[in-house]
Ligand binder design. Structure first.
Ligand code: TA6
Length: 311
């Protein structure tokens, strides 16, 4: 089905719903919802949430102004879904790696470039809208197992996401995954992250050495850390935007903190050289020893909840 026909079919199904619009960004289709409490835009490609905004507030998420909205290229920003492996496959546990026969595979798995199906838009009340998307993963050289992926996004006074994986095949499989959230900040130099003090982390920039700090996280150079086995809430204090972002992860014991800073920013696709000042990735994940294994018919779900409060 071509783009125009797909949009027409989606409009026929959801266009009459209050506050729901179907949009085209160059080659990509997005669904936008707006209610009394908030608004959001999610792309069918990758089921990638690109924007969430509480009424009267700034966007929660950072989205690059250099995105080119092309089929097969994930957007730089928002919340990409990384599955069935996070980051570089070679850095994943053998149980995940050994399932894949190909040598050259994309970073962060295979579903952020694929077109998901919009399966429901539900106006729960005047302040809450729920969007459901699914991806029926067919076995391929890249990933030899059938699976059904579901994403549920609830747009209201807070943002809630639930990502579910169902093993629809007859063999068990193992995976790591993340909700790779890009948060928007006024200026990274002024931001303080609370909730990571005394939590051990793997510093992927220092030979994956284990480390720990009792200070709140402040970013003043490239950072790429995997905080292990968090239990609590993480807070982003942003004096420049006079706001605090509260991030609660569910069934995602690991948190990746990433900012490319000056040099890596120059090497990244769809990323302006100075854009690192305006974003901080805090990614809800289950990685390395927290990989998941699903037997046939078994399912796993993880999620996050984000709430913005004015300071
Ligand atoms: O989550 C952090 C990270 O793994 C970084 O190492 C960096 O590469 C980032 O993801 C972005 O990856 P991408 O494939 O989207 O360019």
């Amino acid at each position: 089905m071509n783009l125009a026909d797909k949009v027409q079919a989606l409009y026929a199904e959801y266009g009459a719903l209050k506050g729901v619009t179907i949009e085209i960004y160059k080659q990509l289709i997005a669904v936008s919802v707006k209610n009394k409490a908030a608004s959001a835009t999610i792309f069918l490609q990758g089921a990638q949430l690109a924007e969430y905004k509480q009424a009267g507030e700034r966007p929660l998420l950072w989205l690059s102004d250099q995105c080119d909205y092309q089929v097969g290229k994930p957007l730089r920003g928002g919340i990409p879904i990384c599955w069935p492996w996070f980051g570089d496959l070679a850095k994943n546990p053998d149980q995940v790696k050994d399932q894949i026969s190909l040598d050259v595979v994309p970073a962060h798995g295979l579903v952020r470039e694929q077109e998901w199906q919009l399966v429901d838009v539900n106006l729960i009340d005047s302040e809450t809208t729920q969007i459901k998307l699914e991806l029926d993963v067919q076995p391929s050289d890249l990933w030899p197992f059938p699976a059904l992926l579901k994403l549920e996004v609830t747009v209201g006074r807070s943002l809630s996401m639930n990502f579910e994986v169902i093993n629809t095949g007859d063999k068990a499989f193992s995976f790591t995954s993340a909700l790779h959230s890009y948060f928007s900040v006024a200026g990274i130099e002024g931001v303080e992250v609370l909730g990571l003090e005394d939590v051990e982390y793997i510093d992927t920039l220092k030979d994956w050495r284990l480390s720990c700090s009792s200070d709140p996280l402040r970013v003043s150079s490239e950072i790429d850390r995997i905080y292990k086995n968090l239990s609590g809430v993480v807070l982003i204090n942003d004096p420049g935007f006079a706001r605090q972002i509260e991030v609660t992860s569910r069934n995602a014991p690991d948190l990746v903190a990433w900012n490319p800073w000056t040099e890596k920013a120059k090497r990244l696709s769809h990323f302006a050289d100075q854009a690192f000042h305006k974003m901080l990735c805090l990614e809800s994940a289950h990685l390395l020893d927290n990989l998941q294994t699903l037997a046939p018919d078994q399912s796993f779900s993880m999620g996050l909840n984000c709430r913005v409060s004015i300071t």
